[in-house]
Design a protein around this ligand. Structure first.
Ligand code: IPE
Ligand code: IPE
Ligand code: MG
Length: 246
């Protein structure tokens, strides 16, 4: 029986972020090229999007390409970009039909070929949908996101549109790529690595972290539900003591 039936419907995280890691190792284990792992990872994206929709998650953020990933071998980067354009182009009608809102975070204007254009088409086409919001982190760096937020704030201060006293948590949150999106309650990372790799540095201040050894192409619907169940078994204390939140 699916784990979805064991979930508490009143305690589903609104926003789940995922560091989809392990495609390369998965392919290697199968004696295949790394790009095969990335291609098979797309299937897990589909599954996880379905799982998130079914259990009522409102925002799903997927880390698909970091600014650091440019340092990979050229053929892998090119292969990933091709896979990205092909997948987006192919899936957009289905996403739209399923009422998904597609958004991106990261510098998509500096992606090669027509990646940026295809992504903008997808976001424009789905902008009025009312279902789950799928946020693709592409050419994304948490530190770059913070730097650009601080620059935009500094500009406003310099132009006398803002005083230094008005700089607070909310203003910084509102100056990020994720403005108007609630912080993720849950962050999942696959492949047994215990690090953040420059993902959503500000936004995960109080997120619950879930790590699994499963490699991304093996991460399916039930694995997602398992992560949600694990989340639901935790006590989020936000600095208080247990008795205060009971
Ligand atoms: C994650 O899988 C996908 C991207 C970073 C694009 P990896 O490609 O990092 O797989 P491993 O970590 O080498 O196994
Ligand atoms: C993080 O995975 C980035 C994405 C999942 C897109 P990496 O595989 O690039 O991270 P590191 O290099 O192991 O930290
Ligand atoms: Mg990796």
């Amino acid at each position: 029986m699916s784990l979805i039936h064991q979930l508490n419907k009143d305690n589903i995280p609104q926003h789940v972020a995922v560091i989809m890691d392990g495609n390369g190792r998965w392919a290697k284990q199968k004696g295949q090229k790394r790009l095969y792992g990335h291609a098979m990872g797309v299937e897990s994206v589909r599954e996880v999007l379905k799982a998130a929709t079914e259990c009522g998650v409102k925002y799903l953020t997927l880390y698909a390409f970091s600014t650091e990933n440019w340092n990979r071998p050229k053929d892998e980067v090119e292969g990933l970009m091709t896979l990205l354009v092909e997948t987006i182009t192919k899936e957009v009608a289905e996403l739209d039909k399923n009422n998904v809102v597609v958004k991106t975070i990261g510098d998509i204007d500096h992606l090669p070929n027509n990646c940026g254009l295809e992504l903008k088409k997808a976001t424009a086409k789905t902008t009025n949908n009312t279902g789950i919001t799928l946020i693709l982190a592409l050419n994304y760096s948490g530190r770059t996101e913070l730097v650009s937020a601080f620059q935009s704030i500094a500009k406003k201060v310099k132009g006398n549109q803002l005083s230094i006293d008005e700089i607070n948590d909310k203003l910084i949150s509102d100056s990020l790529y994720t403005a108007n999106i609630p912080d993720p309650e849950l962050l999942i990372r696959t492949s047994g690595e215990f690090r953040i790799s420059n993902f959503l540095l500000w936004q995960i201040a109080y997120s619950e972290l879930y790590f699994t050894d499963k490699l991304w192409p093996d991460f399916k619907k039930e694995d997602f539900f398992k992560a949600i169940r694990d989340y639901q078994e935790r006590e989020r204390r936000f600095g208080m003591i247990s008795e205060q939140i009971k």
